[in-house]
Design a protein around this ligand. Structure first.
Ligand SMILES: [Zn+2]
Length: 208
Protein backbone atom coordinates (compact mmCIF):
# COMPACT_ATOMS: atom_id res chain seq x y z
CA UNK A 1 0.00 0.00 0.00
CA UNK A 2 1.13 3.56 -0.69
CA UNK A 3 3.02 5.03 2.28
CA UNK A 4 0.63 7.99 2.66
CA UNK A 5 -2.41 5.72 2.63
CA UNK A 6 -0.84 3.61 5.37
CA UNK A 7 -0.04 6.70 7.44
CA UNK A 8 -3.63 7.94 7.05
CA UNK A 9 -5.02 4.55 8.06
CA UNK A 10 -2.82 4.28 11.16
CA UNK A 11 -3.39 7.93 12.10
CA UNK A 12 -7.15 7.39 12.16
CA UNK A 13 -6.69 4.20 14.16
CA UNK A 14 -4.52 6.07 16.69
CA UNK A 15 -7.22 8.75 17.05
CA UNK A 16 -10.03 6.15 17.32
CA UNK A 17 -8.20 4.54 20.21
CA UNK A 18 -7.83 7.96 21.91
CA UNK A 19 -4.05 7.80 21.96
CA UNK A 20 -4.05 11.47 20.91
CA UNK A 21 -6.47 14.37 21.18
CA UNK A 22 -7.04 17.04 18.53
CA UNK A 23 -3.96 17.82 16.46
CA UNK A 24 -1.53 16.43 19.05
CA UNK A 25 0.83 13.57 18.31
CA UNK A 26 2.63 12.83 15.09
CA UNK A 27 3.57 9.94 12.83
CA UNK A 28 6.13 9.49 10.08
CA UNK A 29 7.56 6.79 7.83
CA UNK A 30 10.95 6.60 6.16
CA UNK A 31 11.05 6.95 2.37
CA UNK A 32 14.61 6.66 1.02
CA UNK A 33 16.63 9.58 2.40
CA UNK A 34 13.46 11.36 3.50
CA UNK A 35 10.55 10.88 5.86
CA UNK A 36 6.88 11.37 5.12
CA UNK A 37 5.46 13.16 8.16
CA UNK A 38 2.14 14.57 9.33
CA UNK A 39 1.69 18.27 8.73
CA UNK A 40 1.49 20.70 11.64
CA UNK A 41 -2.07 21.33 12.83
CA UNK A 42 -3.51 18.19 11.23
CA UNK A 43 -5.81 16.05 13.39
CA UNK A 44 -5.09 12.34 13.08
CA UNK A 45 -8.82 11.66 13.26
CA UNK A 46 -9.48 13.42 9.96
CA UNK A 47 -6.06 13.04 8.29
CA UNK A 48 -5.97 12.62 4.49
CA UNK A 49 -3.15 11.78 2.06
CA UNK A 50 -2.67 15.49 1.37
CA UNK A 51 -1.95 16.17 5.06
CA UNK A 52 1.46 14.49 4.85
CA UNK A 53 4.63 15.96 3.36
CA UNK A 54 8.11 14.75 2.55
CA UNK A 55 11.07 16.13 4.55
CA UNK A 56 14.75 15.24 4.02
CA UNK A 57 16.10 13.51 7.13
CA UNK A 58 19.62 14.96 6.89
CA UNK A 59 18.73 18.58 6.15
CA UNK A 60 15.07 18.89 7.26
CA UNK A 61 14.37 20.59 3.93
CA UNK A 62 10.96 20.30 2.28
CA UNK A 63 9.35 21.78 -0.78
CA UNK A 64 5.69 22.00 0.09
CA UNK A 65 4.27 25.48 -0.49
CA UNK A 66 1.33 25.46 1.91
CA UNK A 67 2.01 22.79 4.55
CA UNK A 68 4.52 22.91 7.39
CA UNK A 69 5.76 19.66 8.92
CA UNK A 70 4.88 18.67 12.50
CA UNK A 71 6.75 20.73 15.12
CA UNK A 72 8.37 17.44 16.21
CA UNK A 73 10.14 16.91 12.86
CA UNK A 74 13.53 17.10 14.62
CA UNK A 75 12.43 14.37 17.01
CA UNK A 76 11.50 12.08 14.12
CA UNK A 77 14.65 12.87 12.15
CA UNK A 78 16.82 12.17 15.21
CA UNK A 79 15.27 8.69 15.52
CA UNK A 80 15.90 7.85 11.83
CA UNK A 81 19.48 9.10 12.08
CA UNK A 82 20.14 6.99 15.19
CA UNK A 83 18.44 3.87 13.88
CA UNK A 84 19.01 3.07 10.18
CA UNK A 85 16.97 -0.13 10.74
CA UNK A 86 13.70 1.62 11.58
CA UNK A 87 11.08 2.83 9.10
CA UNK A 88 8.46 4.41 11.33
CA UNK A 89 8.21 6.77 14.33
CA UNK A 90 4.96 7.27 16.24
CA UNK A 91 4.57 9.92 18.95
CA UNK A 92 1.33 9.89 20.94
CA UNK A 93 -0.11 11.20 24.23
CA UNK A 94 -1.78 8.08 25.68
CA UNK A 95 -3.50 8.53 29.06
CA UNK A 96 -1.98 5.72 31.14
CA UNK A 97 1.54 5.90 29.68
CA UNK A 98 1.62 9.64 30.37
CA UNK A 99 0.23 9.26 33.91
CA UNK A 100 2.81 6.63 34.82
CA UNK A 101 5.77 8.51 33.33
CA UNK A 102 4.63 11.80 34.87
CA UNK A 103 4.54 10.15 38.31
CA UNK A 104 8.17 9.12 37.70
CA UNK A 105 7.21 5.44 37.76
CA UNK A 106 9.14 3.30 35.31
CA UNK A 107 6.84 0.78 33.63
CA UNK A 108 7.59 -2.75 34.76
CA UNK A 109 8.06 -5.54 32.22
CA UNK A 110 5.03 -7.46 33.45
CA UNK A 111 3.87 -9.55 30.48
CA UNK A 112 5.54 -11.53 27.67
CA UNK A 113 4.29 -9.27 24.86
CA UNK A 114 5.77 -6.26 26.66
CA UNK A 115 9.07 -8.08 27.00
CA UNK A 116 9.16 -8.90 23.28
CA UNK A 117 7.96 -5.45 22.14
CA UNK A 118 10.48 -3.60 24.31
CA UNK A 119 13.45 -5.95 23.96
CA UNK A 120 13.61 -6.17 27.77
CA UNK A 121 13.68 -2.55 28.89
CA UNK A 122 12.05 0.81 28.27
CA UNK A 123 13.36 4.35 28.63
CA UNK A 124 11.72 7.17 30.59
CA UNK A 125 12.89 10.64 29.54
CA UNK A 126 12.60 13.67 31.87
CA UNK A 127 10.36 16.51 30.77
CA UNK A 128 11.95 18.57 27.99
CA UNK A 129 9.99 21.24 26.13
CA UNK A 130 8.21 19.67 23.10
CA UNK A 131 9.50 20.59 19.65
CA UNK A 132 12.99 21.51 20.85
CA UNK A 133 16.37 20.27 19.58
CA UNK A 134 17.10 19.20 23.21
CA UNK A 135 14.17 16.77 23.21
CA UNK A 136 15.20 15.44 19.78
CA UNK A 137 18.76 14.90 20.99
CA UNK A 138 17.72 13.09 24.19
CA UNK A 139 15.25 10.81 22.41
CA UNK A 140 17.64 10.23 19.49
CA UNK A 141 20.16 8.93 21.96
CA UNK A 142 17.70 6.76 23.99
CA UNK A 143 16.17 5.19 20.89
CA UNK A 144 19.45 3.43 20.05
CA UNK A 145 18.62 0.84 22.73
CA UNK A 146 14.93 1.40 23.38
CA UNK A 147 12.15 1.12 20.81
CA UNK A 148 9.65 2.26 23.48
CA UNK A 149 10.26 5.60 25.22
CA UNK A 150 7.98 7.18 27.81
CA UNK A 151 8.19 10.99 28.00
CA UNK A 152 7.50 12.51 31.42
CA UNK A 153 4.64 15.04 31.46
CA UNK A 154 4.26 14.56 27.74
CA UNK A 155 3.56 11.12 26.24
CA UNK A 156 5.07 8.19 24.42
CA UNK A 157 7.31 7.50 21.43
CA UNK A 158 7.75 4.16 19.67
CA UNK A 159 9.69 3.11 16.59
CA UNK A 160 9.54 0.06 14.36
CA UNK A 161 10.87 -1.61 11.24
CA UNK A 162 7.36 -1.12 9.84
CA UNK A 163 4.42 1.16 10.63
CA UNK A 164 2.57 -1.89 11.96
CA UNK A 165 5.40 -2.72 14.37
CA UNK A 166 5.69 0.83 15.72
CA UNK A 167 1.90 0.95 16.16
CA UNK A 168 1.81 -2.40 17.98
CA UNK A 169 4.52 -1.12 20.33
CA UNK A 170 2.37 1.94 21.07
CA UNK A 171 -0.62 -0.24 21.90
CA UNK A 172 1.41 -2.59 24.10
CA UNK A 173 3.21 0.26 25.91
CA UNK A 174 -0.15 1.88 26.76
CA UNK A 175 -1.73 -1.45 27.77
CA UNK A 176 1.17 -2.24 30.11
CA UNK A 177 1.00 1.24 31.65
CA UNK A 178 -2.75 0.74 32.14
CA UNK A 179 -2.14 -2.56 33.95
CA UNK A 180 0.35 -0.87 36.20
CA UNK A 181 -1.86 2.12 36.97
CA UNK A 182 -4.76 -0.23 37.81
CA UNK A 183 -2.52 -2.29 40.10
CA UNK A 184 -1.59 0.89 41.95
CA UNK A 185 -5.27 1.89 42.18
CA UNK A 186 -6.09 -1.39 43.96
CA UNK A 187 -3.09 -0.87 46.22
CA UNK A 188 -0.89 -3.61 44.77
CA UNK A 189 2.48 -3.41 43.11
CA UNK A 190 2.60 -5.28 39.82
CA UNK A 191 5.38 -7.85 39.52
CA UNK A 192 8.04 -7.92 36.84
CA UNK A 193 8.26 -11.22 34.97
CA UNK A 194 11.80 -11.45 36.40
CA UNK A 195 15.28 -11.31 34.93
CA UNK A 196 15.66 -15.07 34.48
CA UNK A 197 12.32 -15.39 32.72
CA UNK A 198 13.15 -12.38 30.56
CA UNK A 199 16.29 -14.08 29.30
CA UNK A 200 14.39 -17.32 28.75
CA UNK A 201 11.74 -15.52 26.75
CA UNK A 202 14.22 -13.55 24.64
CA UNK A 203 16.15 -16.75 23.85
CA UNK A 204 12.92 -18.51 22.84
CA UNK A 205 11.94 -15.54 20.64
CA UNK A 206 15.34 -15.55 18.90
CA UNK A 207 15.07 -19.31 18.22
CA UNK A 208 11.78 -18.87 16.33
ZN1 LIG B 1 3.80 15.50 21.98
Amino acid sequence: MDIRKQLVSYSRNIARRELVLGSSGNISARSGTAMVIKASGTCMETARNADFLTVEIATLRYRHKTLRPSCELRLHAACYRSRPDIACVIHTHPLYATVLASCSIKPVICAPEFMIASGGDVAVIPYICPGTPQLAQRVGSAVRNHPIIYLKNHGLLTVGATIAEAFMRTLIAEQMAKMQVISLMIGKKINSIGRHRKQQLLAATLRR
